[in-house]
Write a protein that binds this ligand. Structure first.
Ligand code: XMP
Length: 519
């Protein structure tokens, strides 16, 4: 729990739902600070002053079995409002004397429509004639606990929203945190502001200050090393830590030779000259290219790059005395909650650059100042730290870089060809105001040659594949529909300007079944 001194928070008790982190996000969007804790952590809480509300998440457990995930019943006796979502609602009902039934016949997955039974602060301005909510449950509450009333029901479950007005305990069977629930945010708004009587306080500025103070406190006079790639996450981490400890932050940029055109040069001079950071650039491209010679297997490529990166980074870091910390740009979505019954959490490090293997070997402590944040929040932080837009709003880029965008064997010539094509594509997107509408766009080279004709000459050259997708989080994606004039011109631009490409194709598969990258 990082922000134990933060006042006025909502405690989200996580019972293992895939979408628990979305609850945290919705609450932060409303300007209120929240923390996610496991059920077992709740019994260890001694101070409740700052907790203004509990939210019990959904989860795979079922209260119809003998053993189920639970919380001490005392949380209902503290006068603190409680909102249970899906499993959370069933748990409230179970602990307070209601009845829950598991029913295969009555399971509800997907869209359902609410029918209002009674007015409630929780549903103020929420229920209208036809709003649909997102359901995902087999168990259902069939008998209310004492002093509870029904606020709304659906065709298949009678007790969809319930409340105990006096004790301010609420439960909803659907998931207000997912976008499929229309206006789900109103439920949280009502819970926070009308029921918990919170005020909007959380903002990125106050967060920035807290993060910087925390880094100062943790690091003291120690030294921190950070792998800077020029992507959003590592750039924000570097600026943030630099604000806290200045020259005691050492940034290492390992040039693998697999980056986009001029990217590393630009990032290096920006961080050195504009932001005055202590940055060291290591040109390791020959090393990487040698190791990748004749390697066409995607997994082998990734492994070689990951391991070599660690080797180069470790060698460099040995040159610095008194290093104690390794900074990483881990984000909230990178932290995966394990589904163990104890509800314990394990954190995995991005496969990106694979520096996750470093701390153990190098005996460094990890600093992950962004681990509570979502990408768009990181961008807000970046903006308030003065990070330039072209880094702050940059598309994601995979750790192994262009190596996984040159299908098959990698050669210096192919890297050059790809860098040129990619550069043209990205610049055209920016020029046509399309870049910011797209989650991620890139050019790739396919390992086949085809025949073309240029002037009077027959050519036999590479195929360039363009990919541009829209996505919320990279987990699923759709291809981007380009305006006709853009798609008409882009192949001409690439073929006319890049020697070595005579054909351009556009990838129109979504993820799934495809992935965003090709390898
Ligand atoms: P896929 O190809 O799995 O990619 O649909 C999903 C997102 O992850 C990025 N990606 C990576 N990011 N290291 C990273 O940091 C990697 O090895 C890596 N591989 C894929 C990809 O660019 C997309 O945004």
């Amino acid at each position: 729990m990082q922000f134990h001194n933060e006042k006025d928070k909502i405690l989200i008790i996580d019972f293992g739902s895939q979408v628990t982190k979305l609850i945290a996000r919705r609450i932060r969007e409303l300007g209120v600070y929240s923390e996610i804790v496991t059920p077992s952590e709740v019994s260890k809480i001694r101070k409740f002053d700052n907790i203004k509300g509990f939210i019990l998440s959904g989860g795979p457990s079922t209260v119809t079995r003998k053993k189920f995930q639970s919380v001490p019943k005392s949380i209902f006796e503290r006068g603190i409002p409680v909102l249970g979502i899906c499993y959370g609602l069933q748990l409230i009902a179970k602990l307070l004397g209601g009845k829950i039934k598991s029913s295969n016949k009555r399971r509800e997955f997907g869209r359902a429509f609410l029918k209002k039974k009674r007015s409630s602060l929780l549903t103020k301005n929420f229920i209208n004639k036809n709003n649909s909510v997102w359901m995902s449950h087999e168990d259902a509450v069939v008998k209310l606990p004492r002093n509870f009333k029904v606020i709304a029901s659906t065709k298949d479950s009678k007790l969809t929203i319930i409340e105990n007005l006096k004790k301010r305990i609420y439960g909803v069977q659907f998931h207000p945190e997912v976008t499929h629930t229309e206006n789900g945010q109103i439920i949280f708004k009502n819970f926070l502001f009308l029921i918990c009587k919170l005020r909007k306080k959380w903002n990125i500025k106050s967060q920035k200050k807290q993060l910087i103070d925390k880094i100062k406190k943790d690091v003291k006079k120690g030294k921190v090393i950070c792998a800077l790639s020029g992507g959003v996450d590592s750039s924000v981490v570097a600026l943030l830590i630099h604000k806290a400890i200045k020259k005691n932050l050492i940034c290492i940029m390992v040039d693998t030779g697999l980056m986009r055109k001029n990217e590393f040069k630009y990032t290096y001079s920006l961080f050195r000259n504009k932001y005055k950071l202590n940055v060291k650039l290591i040109n390791a491209s020959k090393l990487f290219l040698n190791k990748l010679k004749n390697i066409s297997n995607p997994e082998k490529k990734r492994k070689i790059i990951g391991e070599l990166f660690i080797k180069v980074f470790e060698k460099e870091s040995k040159k610095y005395k008194n290093l104690q910390f390794l900074a990483q740009g881990t984000l909230y979505p990178d932290i995966i909650e394990s589904k163990s019954s104890s509800g314990s959490k394990t954190s995995i490090i991005k496969s990106h650059h694979n520096v996750g293997g470093l701390p153990k070997k190098m005996k460094l402590k990890l600093i992950e100042p962004l681990k509570e944040f979502f990408k768009d929040e990181v961008r807000l932080l970046g903006k308030s730290l003065g990070l330039v837009n072209n880094i702050n709003y940059k598309h994601p880029f995979p750790g192994p870089g262009l190596a996984i965008r040159i299908i098959g064997n990698i050669t210096p010539d192919l890297i050059k060809i790809l860098q040129e094509a990619d550069n043209i594509f990205i610049n055209e997107l920016i020029k046509n105001n399309l870049y910011d509408k797209i989650w991620q766009a890139y050019a790739a080279l396919l390992p086949i040659k085809t025949v073309g004709v240029m002037g009077d000459t027959r050519t036999y050259e590479n195929i360039c594949l363009l990919r541009a997708v829209i996505s919320e989080d990279g987990m699923t994606a759709d291809y981007f529909s380009f305006p006709k004039n853009f798609i008409d011109n882009i192949s001409n631009k690439i073929v006319n300007n890049v020697k070595g490409i005579n054909r351009v194709v556009y990838d129109i598969t979504s993820k799934p079944p495809s992935t965003i990258e090709l390898e």
